[in-house]
Design a protein around this ligand. Structure first.
Ligand SMILES: Nc1ncnc2c1ncn2[C@@H]1O[C@H](COP(=O)(O)OP(=O)(O)OP(=O)(O)O)[C@@H](O)[C@H]1O
Ligand SMILES: [Mg+2]
Length: 310
């Protein structure tokens, strides 16, 4: 994991045991019972499919299982795989191979919804073949596994549903992060973050980190902008927000609420700076800042290093 990734609270505070995972107790318990029965040879199903909305702990549960069962996690992202032949080759070869040092493995094929984007049936068949030949538990995850093309796969799997996590469970988790980071927080602000994320724990943690913006205090006003995120803010409102912001951080928040691309935003700012500012010094400062932003955007695009945005 790169340093930039480590700084993300979703990674820094990622649970390492089942007890630390919030919500979805029943799903996690079903999953653990299935793994127990798989490893003691009594399981009916060789594969499980964990499904449900984003950011609720599906991938996390499998990662934690690898830690708790002391198993090696063989992880693949179905939508990332360049060729579905690769999925078959890597997974089947690995699953047949019983290593000397690690005797337990869990095979995770993450986000299988992505496989349907390609009309190629090879990928899906490879997954079904994987279940047949694997000597190890195979776990799939998906947001929506109800496409008719998944029927055969579903029939071969123990289906385990994950649900949105309650805000009342998310609040204490966010409080724990604040305490660990030495942040004094407004409880109402945490409640707003937990309620706005609609049960998506990943979003809640990311929102908390964005709202805190490197400071040691979280005030109610820091989270107000979240209320606007769901609706697309017209370009002129975004510009007004940016031009009226007192700090870089509050200006940045307006860029998040907009659905303008960064290129479009730079163009809009370019056209509006002469309207907003009349003093020569202000104009020079504004254009200097904008050209710096443009240089950084170029670097981000060529290096794909999005951490430069922060
Ligand atoms: N229930 C949870 N308890 C604690 N942390 C969680 C929980 N769910 C998610 N997180 C945090 O959010 C991160 C992302 O969660 P995860 O990858 O498990 O989501 P997911 O359900 O697999 O979503 P997607 O459908 O987008 O793949 C985790 O690494 C963890 O930091
Ligand atoms: Mg996932």
């Amino acid at each position: 994991m790169s340093t930039a990734e480590m700084l993300l609270w979703v990674n820094k505070y990622k649970p390492k045991s089942f007890d630390e995972i919030i919500g979805n107790k029943e799903a996690i318990s079903t999953f653990r019972n299935w793994l127990d029965s798989f490893f003691n040879g009594t399981s009916q199903n060789k594969a499980a499919l964990l499904w449900g909305p984003p950011g609720v702990g599906k991938t996390l549960t499998v990662e934690v299982a690898a830690i708790e069962y002391k198993a090696e996690l063989i992880q693949m992202n179905a939508s990332d795989s360049r060729s579905y032949d690769d999925v078959e080759r890597i997974a089947i070869t690995t699953s047949k191979h019983v290593g000397f040092s690690v005797s337990r493995k869990i095979i995770l094929v993450d986000e299988i919804d992505g496989i349907l984007v390609s009309e190629d049936k090879g990928g899906l068949n490879a997954l079904i073949k994987l279940i047949e030949v694997s000597k190890f538990p195979v776990v799939f995850t998906a947001n929506d596994p109800w496409d008719p093309r998944f029927k055969q796969l579903r029939d071969a799997c123990l289906m385990i549903q994950f649900n949105a996590v309650r805000s009342t469970s998310i609040i204490p988790f966010l409080e724990k992060i604040c305490r660990a980071e030495g942040i004094s927080y407004n409880r109402e602000a945490l409640k707003i973050i937990a309620e706005r994320c609609e049960g998506d724990v990943r979003s809640a943690i990311n929102d908390l980190q964005t709202c805190v913006a490197g400071r040691k205090v979280l005030k109610l006003e820091d989270v107000k902008w979240l209320a606007y995120r769901d609706r697309v803010i017209p370009a002129f409102e975004v510009l007004r927000g940016i031009f009226s912001a007192n700090t870089c951080n509050s200006a940045k928040r307006y860029t998040i609420t907009s659905d303008l691309s960064y290129d479009e935003l730079i163009q809009w700012l370019n056209e509006n700076i002469p309207i907003q500012y009349s003093e020569p010094k202000e104009l020079v400062d504004a254009f200097n800042s904008l050209s710096k932003a443009d240089v950084y955007l170029g670097r981000i695009k060529s290096s794909q290093d999005w951490s430069l945005l922060s």
